[in-house]
Design a protein around this ligand. Structure first.
Ligand code: AP5
Ligand code: ZN
Ligand code: ZN
Length: 214
């Protein structure tokens, strides 16, 4: 399986990715996570990406494309799950070209969609640990406040989850990433899922769809 997860911030891409990764043993390539790692370890890429990310803008294509293409070549041989890439038509073209070069085919582009109000509510209550386990203060609270159930690590709030930055990320999404819906629809890869449904329902729906594609 070679999968892309598309959708607005907060629709549940990361949440579904964690489950699909377990189901199918795919190499998970999370663009936001990779960029945040670069930021934290203060690599040159991280330093260049920081300002864009904290503003809710996209990091320039040339920085992101090579980072992801390298990962696909290094880790994605037996199938990959891309979360948060591509996000522009330029990135989508680069991926199409790369897959052609490798003689591989995309299985599907999974669009997990949710309206802006839902996203705002979800992201303003999101908490996570450094291993990427996700919680929501209201919808999915940890057993002990501010501690991860799975590994006891402290939970924190992402820097770009402030309401003003969330709104900016949404605007960026509608302008730059939403056109990819048509891009993948026209090529026959798009599969849509209602991200406002319960997590398990969304997951079941994705699995059922993938079963028809394998
Ligand atoms: P990235 O880290 O990819 O963030 P994002 O796309 O904004 O998406 P999020 O991670 O915020 O949301 P999600 O859909 O994963 O939702 P989650 O599962 O966490 O990117 C961050 C930044 O990096 C970008 O702004 C940009 O600057 C840069 N960047 C990344 N990729 C780039 C690229 N390709 N090119 C250029 N720049 C790039 O869920 C959210 C919350 O809701 C959680 O609290 C969760 O518990 C809860 N939840 C999830 N599902 C449900 C449900 N069904 N019901 C109730 N609650 C739910
Ligand atoms: Zn995410
Ligand atoms: Zn954890």
């Amino acid at each position: 399986l070679n999968l892309i997860l598309l959708g607005p911030p907060g629709a549940g891409k990361g949440t579904q990715a964690a489950r699909l990764r377990e189901d199918f043993g795919l190499a998970y390539i999370g663009t936001g996570d990779l960029l945040r790692e670069h930021k934290e370890s203060k690599t040159e890429l991280g330093q260049r990406a920081q300002e864009y990310m904290d503003n809710g803008d996209l990091v320039p294509d040339d920085l992101v494309i090579s980072m992801i293409i390298d990962k696909i070549e290094e880790e994605g041989e037996d199938g990959f799950l891309l979360d948060g890439f591509p996000r522009t038509v330029g990135q989508a073209d680069a991926l199409t070209e790369e897959l052609e070069k490798l003689g591989r085919r995309l299985t599907a582009a999974l669009l997990v969609d949710a309206p802006d109000e839902v996203v705002l509510q979800r992201l303003s209550g999101r908490r996570q640990c450094s291993n990427g386990h996700l919680y929501h203060v209201e919808f999915d609270p940890p057993k002990h406040e501010d501690v991860c159930d799975q590994d006891g690590k402290p939970l924190f709030r992402r820097k770009d989850d402030e309401p003003d930055t969330i709104r900016k990320r949404l605007a960026t999404y509608h302008k730059q990433t939403e056109p990819l819906r048509d891009y993948y629809e026209e090529r026959g890869y798009l599969r849509r899922f209602d991200g406002t449904r319960d997590k398990t329902e969304v997951h079941d729906h994705i699995r059922a769809t993938l079963a028809t594609l394998r």
